[in-house]
Design a protein around this ligand. Structure first.
Ligand code: CTP
Ligand code: MG
Length: 412
């Protein structure tokens, strides 16, 4: 029998909450997202990260169910896991987890089971950034404009650039975190998260980039979001697929998508095409600005990710996109892909039309489209159809686009 090295990192997965806001008739960790529970998904992520001791903190009475989930997620690393019983508050549950750590553990990560879709890469990045005197948390920038309110009155603004939304796992040096928990118990103060408790004990915390997928499942709408993401995620759609030699899982393979769009001339104002306005050229008709190049690109990207199509995300049921230009569509599409765990490789589009004369503004158009997609290369070409068909008769423009995308973290 081979003895595996004892890891110096532990991950405490707190799963002892009742899930009162989800209100699903069972403790939140045991509510199914798809065929797997919230806890199982969280543990799948934890075991896909670098080996660590895994302590699951379960609600009293559910220790056996937690054992089952743990054993299934751990596979042949069941030796790494154990279950302990949680307390009345999250802080008490974390304390119960801390009491179960192995002697060799130097770095502790505290992770909400409710952040079930957290990417393993985030877990590893947090663990790697912890130092003997430094805690680390993943955060996302705050995107909404924030207001101070008093009753129903808006009494001021808040500078968003000073704020960040904290996620888990939060990582700490074990000895300082254990001491900070002892001090918190002594003082009787309940902190909102582990980083707050750690800084209250006088220690420093740094932040690294979090992930959209690490959102906390709190309400029924969050559960729906998790279901939607799983239905289209790279891991799910390629879950049992392996390469011919049975080795490399296709979850890491690039994916491609195709999109086409056709718009007739006849809209109001100037033509919008390939992200640019073309003064003096006849406009295309359509729900938005009629930019068929942008729309074909959106469909190619959504298709590659298995996220449905442009009608579903931007159609007439979404009046906010009426009149919107390419940047808005493409930026939102990139966000949808990021939420599903994909980044964009490149995009290529070709339109068929006699006009506008495109070559002189090609670089400008490609720059605008590429910028809206976060810098991914976009190439656009134009062709005529030798006078044939509706493009040849100058009735409208036809576009074909293809896109290559990658599961996040795979692209070199
Ligand atoms: N948690 C815990 N022990 C508690 C309370 C919470 O282990 N006594 C865990 C939850 O299981 C969850 C995480 O802490 O993974 C974050 O808490 P939250 O999202 O608030 O979960 P719940 O407390 O279960 O939900 P609610 O507040 O809606 O009741
Ligand atoms: Mg709670």
């Amino acid at each position: 029998m081979t003895l595996l090295p004892v890891p110096h990192t532990a991950i405490i997965v707190v799963a002892a909450g009742s899930g009162s806001r989800l209100d699903a008739g069972a403790p939140k960790a045991f509510v199914g997202i798809d065929s797997r529970s919230i806890l199982r998904h969280a543990l799948d992520g934890v075991f896909a990260a670098s080996p660590a001791q895994v302590v699951v903190v379960a609600p009293a009475g559910y220790e056996g169910d937690a054992e089952t989930e743990l054993r299934e997620a751990a596979g042949d690393r069941a030796d790494l896991g154990r279950v302990v019983t949680g307390g009345a508050s999250r802080q008490e549950s974390v304390a119960a987890g801390l009491a179960a750590l192995w002697g060799d553990v130097r770095t502790v990560l505290v992770h909400d089971a409710a952040r079930a879709l957290t990417p393993p890469a985030t877990i590893d990045a947090v663990a790697a950034a912890v130092k003997s005197d430094l805690g680390v948390i993943p955060v996302l920038p705050v995107v909404d404009t924030l207001k101070k309110v008093d009753g129903d009155a808006v009494v001021g603004g808040v500078d968003r650039s000073e704020l960040a939304a904290a996620q888990t796992p939060q990582g700490f040096p074990r000895s300082l975190l254990t001491a900070a928990y002892a001090a918190a118990r002594e003082s009787g103060v309940e902190y909102t998260d582990d980083a707050a408790l750690f800084t209250a004990a006088g220690h420093r915390v740094r932040h690294i980039e979090g992930a959209a997928r690490s959102f906390k499942i709190t309400t029924p709408a969050d559960l729906e979001r998790a279901r939607h993401l799983l239905a289209s995620s790279p891991a799910r759609t390629t879950v049992s697929a392996t390469a011919g030699d049975g080795s490399a899982p296709r979850a890491h393979a690039p994916r491609v998508g195709i999109g086409t769009d056709v718009h007739a001339f006849g809209g109001d104002g100037d033509l919008w095409l390939a992200g640019l306005s073309w003064p003096g050229e006849p406009a295309l008709s359509g729900h938005s600005d009629g930019d068929a190049v942008a729309h074909a690109i959106v469909d190619a990207l959504l298709g590659a990710a298995g996220l449905g199509d442009i009608g579903e995300h931007f159609g007439t049921a979404h009046p906010e996109y009426a009149g919107a230009h390419a940047e808005v569509f493409l930026a939102r599409t990139r966000e949808l892909l990021a939420e599903a765990g994909f980044e964009i490789g490149n995009v290529s589009a070709q339109f068929q039309s006699n006009r506008p004369r495109f070559s002189g503004r090609r670089a400008e158009a490609e720059g605008v489209l590429s910028q809206a997609l976060g810098g991914a290369p976009v190439s656009v070409t134009a062709t005529t159809t030798d006078g044939l068909g509706f493009p040849g008769r100058a009735e409208g423009i036809a576009v074909t686009a293809i896109a290559a995308i990658f599961p996040r973290g795979v692209q070199a």
